[in-house]
Design a protein around this ligand. Sequence first.
Ligand code: FMN
Length: 168
Amino acid sequence: MASLIVYYTQSGNTEKVAEYIKGFTGGDLLRIGPTEAPGKTPEERMKANRVIMEDFKNGKLPEICGVPENLDKYDTIYIGSPNWGNTAVPWIFAFTAKYDFTGKKVAVFCTHGTRGGYKVFADIEATCKNAEAFIPGFGCYSQVMDEKTETEVKFWLQGNGLIESERR
Ligand SMILES: Cc1cc2nc3c(=O)[nH]c(=O)nc-3n(C[C@H](O)[C@H](O)[C@H](O)COP(=O)(O)O)c2cc1C
């Protein structure tokens, strides 16, 4: 069976981890985001994001585009988000809310500034209805992302039986 690597990125860090996962697993990559371009300048983007975050705090999820009708052909779903305000971004919750995860393994990953990913993992997992199993999440401090990150991703995948370990 196949895997899906779904992620949101604004400045490219989470995308880098998603691409490493794809490199090791061969899964399908799916970048999700808003249905409308959030603005041309950083100021416009910040304003658009502020509106979405405000709506999110009030319980409204944003529209997302380009997502599959269902997850039938996948058995493992990797879900990646930056840490925004100590949780995942609203578009990721809009994605998880759309599906039933019966029979799926869910593996969450997160890139973050100072605060770590644990709450992000828990918050995403709590929204994956009926998931069969949760793989311990992979968190990555964005300021120290370098060539070692790819190896850490590999060890995470191997350590959790998601790819084969190399034989000596
Ligand atoms: C709006 C916003 C809110 C953020 N909030 C947090 C936070 O609460 N804790 C944290 O550790 N990092 C925070 N960050 C830093 C991002 O999580 C970090 O830079 C991440 O790697 C960005 O991922 P991306 O390059 O895939 O967009 C925030 C960044 C943005 C833009």
